[in-house]
Design a protein around this ligand. Structure first.
Ligand code: SER
Length: 320
C-alpha cells in the first residue's frame, strides 16, 4: 500500500515511519523540515509547506497514495503563541489535504484529532459525543477538521477516519504540547536528575504510550469501513495524575528531584481537558485495547530515553 504521511518529522510520524516500512508499505513523507538524519532510506522525503495547496497537490499527484495519514499540526501550547500560523497549518493544511485527496482520488484520509477538542464543563468520564467547547486554537481547529473531513466523506465519498489522541509519551522530543510535562519528567529526570513540571501535582489528563498510539492508527486505518459507526473515535489508555507519573519516575531513578510549579496559561488549558475518556465505541467497532499501563510504560520507556540522550550530541536542552 502507498501511504503519504504529513508531519512525518513530528513526534508521532517519526515513530510511525519504520512501522509502515516494516509491514511493506511504500511511504512518502511530507514535512516542513528537511529530511532528518535518522529517516530510513526507503522513505521518499518531500520538504514542503502544508499551508500551500500547490505543494500539497504536487506531492499527492506525483506519489498517488492509497491513503494519507495527516499528522501535520501545531499543538496546543505553541498554538497559543502563534495562533495565526496554527490556524493556517491546522485548518488550511487539512483542507488542502482533503482537496488533494478529492482531486487525485485518494481512497482514505486518516486524521489525528486530540483531547484538546474538549473544553470546560465536562463530565467525569468523557465520551465521543459530549459538546465540544475547546478553549485553544489547536482544539478549535481540530474540531473543525473533524467536521470538514466528515463533510468530504458525505459529499465526495472520501473515507475519512481518525482518533482523538490523549497526551502521547515516547522516547522522542515532543513539540509544543501542553501534555509534554510527562515526558520531560523521564527525559530531564535521567539527563539532569531534576525537572520542575509546569502543572500542579494533582493535574490529571488521559495519556497513552506511543506503541499503543501507533497500533491504534494502523488498526483503525485497516478496519473494514462497514465495521465503523463514526468517523472519529476517542481512544483511551491511562489517566495518571502528574504526581503519579513523578512517583513512577522516582521509583526508577533514585534521587531524582521532581517538583511542580504551575504555569497559569498551560494549567488553564490542561484543566479544560478531560480527566478520563470513554472509548467504548472504539473498543466495540474495531477492537481497540491498550496494552501499556503506567508501570509497563515506564519500564519500557526509560531504557529508550537513556539511548536517546546518549545519542544526542552533548544533550541539547529540550524545548519546554
Ligand atoms: N498532546 C497535545 C497537546 O498537549 C494534546 O493532544 O497539545
Amino acid at each position: 500500500m502507498k501511504i503519504l504521511l504529513t508531519g512525518a518529522g513530528g513526534q508521532v510520524g517519526t515513530d510511525l515511519l519504520p512501522l509502515l516500512l516494516g509491514r511493506g508499505d511504500e511511504v512518502a513523507a511530507f514535512d516542513i523540515a528537511p529530511r532528518p538524519a535518522h529517516c530510513p532510506d526507503a522513505v521518499q522525503w518531500v520538504q514542503g509547506d502544508i499551508t500551500q495547496a500547490p505543494e500539497v497537490n504536487d506531492v499527492v499527484r506525483a506519489f498517488q497514495p492509497d491513503r494519507i495519514f495527516h499528522f501535520a499540526a501545531i499543538l496546543s501550547a505553541k498554538g497559543e503563541q502563534i495562533p495565526h500560523r496554527a490556524w493556517a497549518v491546522n485548518m488550511d493544511g487539512t483542507r488542502n489535504v482533503l482537496e488533494a485527496a478529492r482531486q487525485f482520488g485518494v481512497a482514505q484520509i486518516f486524521y489525528t484529532s486530540t483531547i484538546a477538542v474538549f473544553g470546560d464543563g465536562l463530565p467525569d468520564v468523557v465520551g465521543d459525543d459530549v459538546p465540544l467547547q475547546p478553549t485553544t486554537m489547536y482544539g478549535l481547529t481540530k474540531v473543525a477538521g473533524e467536521l470538514l473531513g466528515a463533510w468530504y466523506q458525505q459529499t465526495y465519498g472520501i473515507d475519512f477516519r481518525g482518533v482523538r489522541f490523549p497526551g502521547l509519551i515516547n522516547a522522542g522530543i515532543p513539540g509544543g504540547g501542553t501534555s509534554d510535562y510527562a515526558l520531560f519528567m523521564y527525559v530531564d529526570g535521567l539527563r539532569t536528575g531534576a525537572y520542575e513540571s509546569f502543572v500542579e501535582a494533582d493535574s490529571k489528563i488521559p495519556f497513552m504510550y506511543m506503541p499503543d498510539a501507533l497500533r491504534a492508527v494502523l488498526e483503525l486505518s485497516d478496519a473494514p469501513r462497514s465495521a465503523l459507526t463514526r468517523n472519529i473515535y476517542n481512544i483511551a489508555a491511562i489517566s495518571p495524575t502528574a504526581e503519579e507519573i513523578a512517583d513512577a519516575v522516582r521509583s526508577r531513578i533514585p534521587g531524582v528531584n521532581l517538583t511542580f510549579k504551575s504555569d497559569p496559561v498551560r494549567q488553564a488549558i490542561l484543566d479544560s481537558w478531560p480527566e478520563v475518556l470513554d472509548d467504548a465505541n472504539a473498543r466495540a467497532d474495531w477492537g481497540w485495547a491498550h496494552e501499556f499501563d503506567l508501570e509497563k510504560m515506564s519500564d519500557d520507556l526509560l531504557p529508550k530515553v537513556k539511548a536517546l540522550i546518549g545519542s544526542s550530541e552533548g544533550g541539547e536542552p529540550v524545548p519546554a
